[in-house]
Design a protein around this ligand. Structure first.
Ligand code: HEM
Ligand SMILES: [Cu+2]
Length: 839
């Protein structure tokens, strides 16, 4: 509900809107009531559930943090047993990072971004619903392992050999590997959604130059997720294969290398820090101008800095390994890069300070938290530069200094901004603001508590207290500092609790018109209904609500685009990625039970598999696959009309084909993820090959080259057939081409398998053989995928669902097919290249 503007001047074209327009829009977008709410896929509903769940995990992991602090409050404490302590700190770190920090920034984006961009929803609403449910169900089940003593206990970065079968024989580590591996898949699904949404669904006129800084931040973060997460997915897959199949990737005696894990983990783990921080920075860049009442100073420089951090952060992963024995050159480079990354971050901080300086700062809760953020985060950044200095890092590595540093960065860099964001954006939910009076207490407790808890840890670390110890002797001189930290932690928690009370109270208050309580310039303040804006505005500046004073009223009166549903379905306008010119009408999928059920099946598959309940696991897996197929089957239907009128002067085609369509781009990004996972497996293969004296290792050999050539040839043939199929729409031969292509792909893989078997290459014989097996297995997984895609295409063609207007299924399937071909060829080339290079 929007506050009616009081400005009385009539708009140029103020003829009354047609009868029934608003009712139709509401009908199409209505949120199902009662328990059917859970089938809702609208970004507003999913976003709120998502944010709520992430905050729940913040509280749960926070309670674990308090347990840690209770245990460490006094020396030689027996509150937590050593084994329990290990599970508690591992779960604290893991849940904070994977179930709170990453999800909450994605969740906020799911909730805020479409509105900020002037879109009605994200481009693949069911995908975000699926991602959310997979995360919520899987995450809660994962957390519950703590209650039965099966929680992982190897630290949040799970280094082997500690986490290998020899030292962690029980299921605890498997829960981490499978649980986190699959929650990451859900994070990637969210990233694809956000990238495509940002690039293709901005309001007309919102050029890249005018795009909100927050959208820039999320674009960079989306891309970072796409490149960083695959490394850890591949890493967890390798470690799980080592544990389940005895493939010794990380066991040195058998040709493996524990450092391989560290490389894969930190290739993800360092960018991860920025994946958490950049969205927060984007939110800060959105809030600061509003608070200061003036445009962001150095907007372009700040955007450039975001891009710079995104690129830079991939060069730094090895600074987590300074004590692991890197080469001098390597370490020097990484050290310099780690310091350099402070520069773009500083640019942002200076931009914010300058904006606050230039404008007239409005006091209030968001301002408090933003100032708190800058103070704490800058301190965390400074200790970051300190630990980038290698000799210093050698001293403080694995001490409480690091614990202090990482909490200054994480809590300063993201928890405080997220709290500022909650104070700032919560009115969007029901029009009510959180209490200003209580906010001072909340902030006071959190800020003081935080510093009292974590500042002393710098010293505790410098005087030698190692991290990850469950207790310490009384005569080390650490007692007072530890007690102080514990007291501070509880003060901090009291602040969070007070916030929760106030939030619960505010959310229960009756709904009021939202209006624009902070007089902000961005579009989300136009919105508050299920359908987003009443009509989709045309933008002419970067601060539309400031520079276009009548915009709010025009939009509310339905005078801009798409004031009605044009086709009777949920829709939004697809625009071009740079100039944001309208291109076509994007039809969005509606509410459905399929995403939650599919998510439930997926979570069941991974968790039950961990518990070795194989039959039940496969039932879950099949439920998931059937649901996903059913949901895909409903997409890509022939539109009921070729064109639609979206505004007085604008008629757009309905839907788009080939590379013009958002689903094509979604598929492309998914394949980039896929390729990155493959590249990580390839990296593992190169890494273990380089450790060999002779390659292949004694006793191992590769099948004759001719077999690889034939296998690759078959893949190419399959791709050619699929290419022919894309040119055979409406022809009787299309389904047969798809099936013949599948036969080629299967034959290629059968030949690969025959090659492995005939040479007796066994994954458990050496890390090198294991790496080849992993590569082949990954290719095999793709052949299984094609075995679903091929018949699916044939069926759609037979049922008349493939035609010139709705052909996305075919075009996207072709992309996946050609990718599999390329991957197969790359695999064979790589496998054969290494022995040649090593000669
Ligand atoms: C109530 C607030 C918090 C308290 C009292 C707290 C306390 C602690 C303590 C004492 C440790 C060290 C445990 C040890 O090494 O034995 C720790 C580790 C850690 N914390 Fe927190 N923390 C809090 C909030 C957070 C937040 C918000 C995050 C992330 C967003 C976070 C992420 C981590 C991580 C990643 C570790 C490392 C775990 C490991 O060594 O495997 N913490 N925390
Ligand atoms: Cu790092």
């Amino acid at each position: 509900m929007k506050q009616p503007m009081t400005d009385p001047t009539p708009l140029p074209n103020s003829a009354p809107r047609p009868e029934g327009e608003l009712e139709r829009l509401e009908e199409v977008w209505r949120t199902p009531s009662g328990w059917r709410f859970f089938k809702s896929v609208n970004n507003t509903n999913i976003g709120l559930l998502y944010i709520g769940t992430a905050l729940l995990f913040f509280v749960l992991a926070g309670i674990l943090g308090l347990l840690i602090r209770l245990q460490l409050a006094v020396p030689e404490n027996a509150f937590l047993a050593a084994g329990t302590y290990n599970q508690v700190f591992t779960m604290h770190g893991t849940v904070m990072m994977f179930l709170f920090a990453i999800p909450v920034v994605e969740a906020l984006a799911v909730y805020l971004l479409p509105n900020m961009l002037g879109a009605r929803d994200l481009p693949f609403p069911r995908l975000s619903a699926y991602a959310y449910w997979a995360y919520a169900i899987g995450g809660l089940a994962f957390f519950c392992t703590l209650f039965v003593g099966l929680a992982p206990d190897g630290g949040w970065f799970m280094y082997p050999p500690l986490t290998g079968l020899q030292y962690s024989p029980d299921m605890n580590a498997d829960f981490w590997l499978l649980g986190i591996g699959f929650i990451e898949i859900s994070a990637i699904a969210g990233a694809i959604e956000l990238i495509v949404g940002i690039l293709f669904t901005r309001a007309p006129g919102m050029t890249l130059g005018r795009m909100p800084v927050y959208a820039w931040a999320m674009l960079v973060v989306g891309l970072m997720i796409v490149f960083a997460f695959p490394a850890v997915i591949a890493g967890t897959a390798l470690l799980e294969m080592e544990r389940a199949l005895d493939w010794p990737f990380f066991i040195p005696e058998r040709g493996g290398d524990p450092l391989l894990w560290q490389h894969l983990f930190w290739f993800f783990g360092h960018p991860e820090v920025y994946i958490i921080f950049l969205p927060a920075a984007g939110m800060v860049s959105t809030m600061v101008p509003t608070i200061a009442g003036t445009a962001l100073v150095g907007r372009r420089a700040i955007i450039a800095a975001l891009l710079g951090v995104g690129v830079f952060s991939f060069g730094l992963w090895a600074h987590h390994m300074f004590t692991a024995g890197l080469g001098v050159m390597e370490a020097g480079f990484v050290s310099a890069a780690s310091m350099a990354v402070a520069v773009p971050t500083a640019i942002q901080v200076f931009g914010w300070i300058a904006t606050l300086w230039k404008g007239k700062v409005r006091q209030g809760a968001p301002t408090l938290f933003l100032l708190g953020f800058m103070f704490i985060f800058v301190l965390g950044g400074l200790t970051g530069v300190m630990v980038a200095v290698i000799p210093f890092d050698w001293q403080v590595h694995d001490t409480y200094f690091i614990v202090a540093h990482l909490h200054y960065v994480l809590i300063g860099g993201m928890v405080f901004p997220v709290f500022a964001a909650m104070y700032y954006w919560l009115p969007l939910i029901n029009g009510n603001r959180l209490s200003e009076r209580l906010s001072r207490w909340v902030f006071g407790l959190m800020f003081t508590g935080f510093n009292v808890a974590f500042f002393p840890m710098h010293i505790t670390g410098l005087v030698g207290m190692p991290r990850r110890v469950y207790t310490y002797p009384a005569d080390m001189g650490w007692n007072g500092l530890n007690m102080l930290s514990t007291v501070g932690a509880f003060v901090f928690a009291a602040g969070v609790l007070l916030f929760a009370v106030d939030a619960a109270r505010t959310l229960r208050r009756p709904t009021r018109p939202v209006g624009n309580p902070w007089n902000a310039p961005t579009l989300e303040w136009l919105t508050s209904e299920d359908y987003g804006n009443r009509s989709i505005p045309r933008i002419t500046s970067a601060d539309p609500l400031w520079d276009q004073p009548t915009l709010s009223r025009e939009v509310d009166e339905g005078r801009h685009y798409l004031p009605d549903t044009a086709t009777g379905a949920r829709e939004t306008i697809a625009t071009s990625p740079v100039a944001a010119e309208p291109r076509y009408l994007m039809i969005l999928q509606g509410d459905s039970w399929l995403p939650p059920v599919a998510a439930f099946g997926t979570a069941a598959f991974f968790l039950l598999l961990t518990m070795k309940l194989n039959v039940a696991a496969w039932i879950g897996g099949i439920v998931a696959i059937v649901c996903v197929i059913a949901w895909l089957w409903q997409t890509d239907r022939q539109p009921t009309q070729g064109e639609a009128r979206v505004g007085e002067d604008l008629v757009l085609p309905v839907g788009a084909i080939k590379s013009g369509s958002h689903s094509w781009w979604g598929t492309m990004i998914m394949l980039i993820v896929d390729g990155s996972i493959f590249a990580s497996f390839g990296f593992a293969y190169i890494h273990v090959s380089m450790r060999l004296q002779v390659c292949p290792p004694p006793g191992a050999s590769l099948a004759p080259l001719s077999q690889a050539l034939v296998s690759g040839g078959l893949l190419v043939l399959g791709s050619v057939l699929v290419w022919l199929a894309t040119h055979a729409i409406g022809k009787r031969r299309l389904p047969w081409l798809a099936l013949a292509a599948l036969a080629c792909a299967c034959a290629s893989f059968a030949l690969d398998m025959h090659g492995l078997r005939s040479t007796g290459l066994d994954g458990s014989s050496s890390a090198w053989a294991a790496a080849i097996s992993a590569l082949s297995g990954y290719q095999g997984l793709h052949i299984v995928l094609l075995a679903i895609v091929g018949p699916y295409l044939a069926l759609r063609a037979w049922r008349g669902h493939l035609n010139h207007r709705s052909r996305a299924t075919l075009d996207n399937a072709a992309l996946i097919w050609h990718y599999t071909t390329l991957q197969g060829i790359a695999m064979h080339a790589l496998i054969r290249l290494m022995p040649l290079l090593m000669e």
